[in-house]
Structure formats: C-alpha cells, structure tokens
Write a protein of this length. Structure first.
Lengths: 337, 315
C-alpha cells in the first residue's frame, strides 16, 4: 500500500466493504476501499453523486443506516483502535469526540427546536466532564472561534434565525468542540452561496491547521480539492480508481475517469479567447450498482477502453511514485488532459 | 404577541356568542318543551293550566326575549332555575363539575402517558413484531366504542371479582378510588390513547428521517437521547393538536361512560336534562363545554409557540 502506517496516522481504512440490501438486489456501495489520513492532513474524496463517497464517510462513523446497509468487510482504525470491533456504546464515545462530521445541508442538519448554544453544549457534555455553565462558556468560545459575530447572543438563537453560512459555521463549531482527531466534511459548501463557500472552506482549513486535525473532505468540486487538499482519492461506482498527491493528480491524471472529470471543469475564459467553446462531458451514465459490468465499471463510458477493460477489472497499481490508478492503460496516459 | 392574545380572546367571545345562539335555537327547534312532556305524562290536558305553567317558566315569551333573558342572566352570574328540581341551575351544575373534570383529566393523562411512549417505541422499531402488535391494538382502540368497552370492563369485573365498582363520592381506599375513577377514565381514554399513539408514530417516522437526527447520532448521543430529546420534541406538535381535539371529543365519550359506570357527573346530567327539556341546565352546560373547548384550542395554539421557536404569533 502506498501510505506506510506511521505514528502520524490518524485514520487507517483497509479494504472497506459496505453493501446495501435492496428490493432490486444487493449492491456494493463501497467496494474494497483503502486509505489513510495523517494528523493535520487533508484527504479529498472525489467522485460523482452515488459513487460511494458519503457511504464511505458514514461507514467510518458507523452510521450507515442498517437496514438496508451494512459494513461487511475491512477495517477502520482510528488512533490505533479498530472501530469496527467496538460495541455501540464505545462507538458513541468516539463519535463527536474523536471523529466528527459536518454535513452538506446546514439548513436541515441542525435541530430546529434547540438553541445553537444547547446543541454545542450537548456534544461537550456528552464527552467531557463539564458543568452546564462551563459547557455554555465553551460553546460561546467555539462560536467565536468559527468567527460568528456576537457569539453570546447567537448562542441563544435558534437555527432558523441564522443564515446558511452561519449555520454551517455553527455546525463546524459543534464538530470541533471536542477537538477531534479526525473531521469528515461531506460536501460542506455545496449548499452555500459561492461567496460563502470560499469563506467556509478557508475557515475549515484554518481551524484544521490550528488544531492539527486530520480532515477528509468529500466533494465533487475539483476546484475545492485543488485549494485545500494534499492528497486525493477518486472514486467511481464504489471503488477507488485513483489516488495521488494533489499536484500529481492535476498535473498527470492516470485514470481516464479522472481525466474526464478535469476536462469537464469549466475554465475561466481569458479575454479574447473563443467564448463559444463547449464544455467537455463524460458520455453515458454512471452504471447501476446492482448491475455492474464484469470488467472495469468505467469501460462503457471510456474512449480508451479495449477488450480487456470489458472483461477484467484492472487492479489498483502504482503507476508512478505514490500514484495509484486502476486502469489497464494508465501507463500510456501522460500529462494533463 | 400581546396584541395577538387580545385578538384571540376577542375571537373566543365571538365564537361563544355564536355557539350560544345555535344551542338556544336548536333546543327550541326540538319538538316539545317540559310543559308538553309533563302534561303528556299526566294524560290530561287543561289548556289554561298549560298556558299558566308556560307563563310561569317564561316559555310564552317571544324567542328573542327568552334568549336575552338567558344571556342577561348569564352575564350577571344568574343561570336560572332548573325546571326539574326547581333549584338554581348553578347549584345543580357546580358540584358535578369536579367529578367530570377528574375523569376527563385522568383520561387525557392516560392517553398521553400511554399513547406517546408507545408511539415512539412503535416508530423506533418500525416493522418489528412490537410495532405490528401495537398497531393492531391501537386499531382496535379506534374501532371499539367506549360504551361497549365500559360494558366489557364491568362484565369482566363481575366475573373476576364478583362485583363491580359502584360510585361513591368519598372513596375510602386507594383501590376504591382507582376502581371509581381510573377504570372509567381508561375506558373512555383508550380511544384517545390509540389515536395519540398512531399520530405519534407517524410523526416520529417523519422526523427520524431528518438530517438533524443523523447529526445527533454523529455527536455520539444515545438512542434514548436521539429519540426523546431530539426527535420527539420535533414530532410532538401534531400530537398536541390531536390531544387538544380529543379533549373536546372526550365530553361525548364521557356521556356514555358516566351512564355505563353510573357516575353522577356533568355529562350524564346533560343527557338527563335534555330528556326533560330542562332548558336552563342544557343551555348553560353546553356553554360550559363550549368554553372548555375554546380554551383547549387556545392552549394548544399557545403550546405550539412554546415548543417550536419557529412559530411566533405576531400581528
């Protein structure tokens, strides 16, 4: 594997497998995914909707709704503890304490009938020995840390009295209140205005640096990845198809799917350039997870696919130093798309 | 908020006025008054006697005059005299109120304290055997008329203990008090409990799917905290509405239950008074019930604002 397990490793996920049992059959939402996150590092997980990014995160938190979902294989090790072997009570001590999660929808992720302060206080009192008064003071301090103006007053307010950006800040305050070793941010900026997006990202990265937290950033926005992450894994149809450092990935993507993602990013058109240039798209649709082709799941949409791609799934191979890709033709691809 | 409450109170007065007109007119539309009933029973009619009696009771006056007399008296705290007992109506009604109030309060308490926790349990364990059992039991609760349930309870009591509870204004032991009040309250409250359970269940199922429930779990909150602290507080609004409406419907259930269990409360008294066309008793009792219903409605609306911070009554 690419990342040797070091003292610095906060989270180590090996061969994670999560399946869903549905009426139309069993599907592998996460299939044999491995990665690790070091202290203070940002790992981005990139892919289209339904590729298994969020289920990977929920599997790490052990919050996959069961039924219909279940983690059926692999290991998740947080600071040396195997999370999959813990019982539910032990896992509750970890959630919100050692691993926290920020969700996509700040509008609906906060409890509408509880004050902001109470929602932060709750997580503190669950995991730390604190009186109600101390916890409240700490909650106000956290709100100040996430740069919410007038934190004393805001702590007394309800979610509907805050804007979307403010709510996401409050979510971040809640997630970081116990100084977790790992923060998982699942599309934290998708639901926000563009101007607010940049502020929230900057805030997350800034706090992550200050607190030394490991960060998993789940996104479909490659622009966000370039700004914030050190390493990236690309997922397609439940599998990891590429992993590299941000620089490597953008300079030299090795999987045709990654190349397709990058080519479909709109570029800022410089003055005098042709403005009617069409945006590239990846032809076809994401395959249904209940009915995957025998070979590479991306083959039906891939311009470079050969017969072997349709017959055999390509193993994840180190194509360059610290650069993994699961493609039979990876070594033939050179340079940015 | 203050302006809103004032406006609501004014609206309540208008509602009560409307109810007073309706009940007054309806009562007089029903064929026969107490004089007719008395003379029919005697089997002999002397038209002058009848006219004298009607005059004495004020039944010969035009209907609007009768209405004004009643309302005028009501505003002065004078409820008139019962035609049957010839005692002041207030004296007849007042002592019966605590009996019915106790029954109604117990029935509501029973339905909330049984219905809400079972509803939560059913929702949390959706699709389990427990869920199906509770749903079947609650369906039976909705379909069993309360008088029949009351009769069943009495029959069971006779066959098991050889006796049935007889009303006694001063119960000596706790078991006696339980038999006199709690058993009828449960009989009449079973329906509300079933309804409360079903509403709680469906409301909880809706809330348990929300994002903030996932957030609560991600914080490390226990299942009990997720279900009660986070979910139930959001799910309770429709339940409160139903309990508020049930509080009004309860009067109907109490009429039969008080009759079946032979309890001298307001509800049974109302039916007796109606049989004799005892206008002063019926009119004033219905007004009393109307006040209770209107106040219950108002309380529910105020509770909404107290529970859900998003609901604020402005101007």
């Amino acid at each position: 594997m690419m990342e040797a397990k070091t003292e610095d490793t906060v989270l180590d996920v090996r061969n994670l497998q999560t399946v869903f049992f549905t009426n139309s059959g069993l599907f592998r939402a996460v299939d044999d995914v491995s990665f690790s996150v070091r202290r203070g590092e940002t790992l981005a997980i990139v892919g289209e909707s339904g590729c298994g990014k969020s289920v990977t995160a929920l599997s790490v938190m052990r919050l996959v709704p069961d039924p219909p979902g279940r983690v059926v294989g692999g290991s998740v090790t947080l600071e040396g503890t195997d999370l999959l072997s813990l019982d539910e009570a032990e896992m509750r001590d970890i959630r919100g304490n050692r691993i926290s999660m920020i969700f996509q929808e700040p509008m609906t992720s906060l409890n509408p009938v509880m004050r902001i302060g109470d929602q932060i206080t709750e997580v503190l009192r669950l995991h730390q020995e604190m009186t109600a008064k101390e916890a409240w003071a700490k909650a106000v301090e956290m709100l100040r840390l996430v740069r919410i103006p007038e934190p004393q007053r805001r702590a007394h307010e309800y979610p509907h009295q805050l804007s979307g950006g403010m709510r996401q800040r409050a979510m971040i305050a809640m997630a970081l209140a116990c100084r977790p070793a790992l923060l998982i941010a699942d599309e934290p900026t998708t639901a926000l205005d563009v101007t607010i997006q940049a502020q929230i990202l900057a805030l997350i990265v800034d706090l992550q640096k200050t607190l030394g937290t490991g960060l998993i950033l789940i996104t479909h926005d490659l622009g966000v990845v370039a700004q914030t992450a050190q390493r990236v894994i690309v997922m397609y149809a439940g599998k990891k198809v590429e992993e590299a450092t941000v620089e490597d990935l953008f300079a030299n993507p090795k999987h045709p799917y990654t190349r397709g993602l990058m080519a479909s990013m709109p570029a800022v058109i410089s003055f005098g350039a042709k403005t009617d240039a069409r945006l590239n798209e990846i032809p076809g649709m994401v395959p249904s997870l209940t009915n995957l082709p025998p070979g590479c799941a991306f083959a039906p949409r891939c311009r470079l696919a050969i017969d072997r791609c349709r017959a055999e799934y390509p193993p994840l191979q180190e194509v360059d130093a610290h650069h993994l890709a699961a493609c039979w033709r990876a070594t033939e691809l050179q340079g940015a798309p | 908020m203050f302006a809103y409450i004032v406006r609501r109170l004014a609206l309540m007065l208008v509602t009560l006025f409307g109810i007073s007109v309706i009940i007054f007119v309806l009562l007089r539309v029903v064929p026969g008054n107490i004089v007719d009933i008395l003379f029919d029973a005697a089997g002999f009619v002397d038209p002058t006697d009848k006219a004298n009696l009607e005059k004495e009771l004020g039944l010969n006056l035009p209907i609007y005059q009768q209405y004004l007399n009643w309302i005028g008296g009501l505003l002065h705290g004078d409820l008139g005299y019962s035609y049957v007992s010839e005692k002041p109506a207030l004296q007849e009604i007042l002592p019966r109120i605590p009996i019915t109030a106790r029954l109604a309060a117990l029935a509501l308490l029973f339905s909330a304290s049984i219905g809400i926790p079972l509803g939560v349990l059913s929702a949390v364990h959706q699709g389990s055997r427990l869920d199906y059992t509770l749903r079947v039991v609650s369906l039976s609760g909705l379909s069993l008329p309360s008088f029949w349930l009351g009769l069943l309870i009495l029959m069971a009591s006779v066959s098991m203990f050889g006796s049935m509870p007889i009303y006694n204004p001063n119960p000596k032991t706790w078991t006696e008090a339980f038999a006199i009040y709690a058993v009828p309250a449960m009989a009449v409250g079973f329906r509300s409990a079933a309804l409360t359970m079903r509403i709680t269940r469906s409301s909880m199922l809706e809330i348990l799917r929300q994002d903030y429930i996932r957030t609560a779990r991600a914080k490390g909150a226990s299942e009990a905290s997720v279900n009660y602290r986070h979910a139930l507080k959001n799910a309770i609004l429709p339940v409160i509405t139903v309990i508020g409406i049930e509080a009004a419907f309860l009067i109907g259930g109490l009429i039969v239950t008080e009759t079946v269990f032979n309890i001298p409360g307001v509800a049974r008294f109302l039916v007796e008074a109606l049989r004799w066309r005892d206008y002063p008793i019926v009119q004033n009792l219905v007004m009393l019930i109307a006040v209770v219903v209107v106040v219950a409605n108002f309380t529910v609306d105020m509770l909404y604002a107290a529970i859900d911070p998003r609901i604020r009554y402005g101007d």
